[in-house]
Design a protein around this ligand. Structure first.
Ligand code: HEC
Length: 146
């Protein structure tokens, strides 16, 4: 299961510049949705991995989530909002892009500390780390997602 996940949780790195074409914008929107979707699956799988004591799988998923979080803001160039694309991203992202970026960084940090806890094999720290990570997802969604 873990092998399949790591293959599917690929970060689709598409260079995002200010002047991306309309079709490149649609690709970015599709790619960010795919990355978020994989992140959601990874988060759900972690619960089972925790029960099964598969801390290595948790560490690997957390590192992938951190890598995605680092790139996340680049997948939200201006012009990829709901007025021109089918997206759950709210226009407030581009009004407060600094806050959006800060929340992505919180997400990245939380994922990295979870990865460290999982590498240490400390069950309590892993549980706390998964909860803390989940909160950083919700913190952004509550402000910036439909
Ligand atoms: C900095 C903001 C931010 C953070 C952090 C964040 N998300 Fe999201 N998420 C979004 C936005 C914005 C969308 C809507 C993307 C779109 O529709 O273009 C989204 C969409 C999603 C979706 C729906 C994808 C789909 O199928 O369309 C899932 C699932 C999801 N996020 C899970 C997560 C999880 C799990 C985490 C934490 C590990 C997380 N997100 C962290 C902003 C964030």
């Amino acid at each position: 299961m873990f092998k399949r996940l790591s293959a599917s949780l690929l970060i689709l790195a598409i260079g995002a510049s200010a002047s991306v074409t309309a079709s490149a914008q649609s690709d970015l929107v599709a790619a960010r949705k795919a990355n978020f979707k994989q992140t959601g699956i990874a988060m759900r799988q972690m619960r089972g991995q925790f029960s099964g004591g598969d801390y290595e799988a948790i560490a690997a998923s957390a590192l992938k989530i951190a890598a995605w979080a680092e790139q996340m803001p680049e997948f939200f160039p201006a012009g990829t909002g709901p007025d021109t694309h089918q997206t759950d991203a709210l226009p407030s992202i581009w009004e407060r892009f600094d806050s959006f970026t800060a929340l992505a960084q919180d997400n990245q940090k939380a994922a990295l500390s979870l990865a460290n806890a999982a590498k240490d094999g400390d069950g309590n720290a892993i549980m706390a780390g998964m909860q803390a990570l989940g909160k950083t997802c919700g913190a952004c969604h509550s402000q910036f997602r439909k």
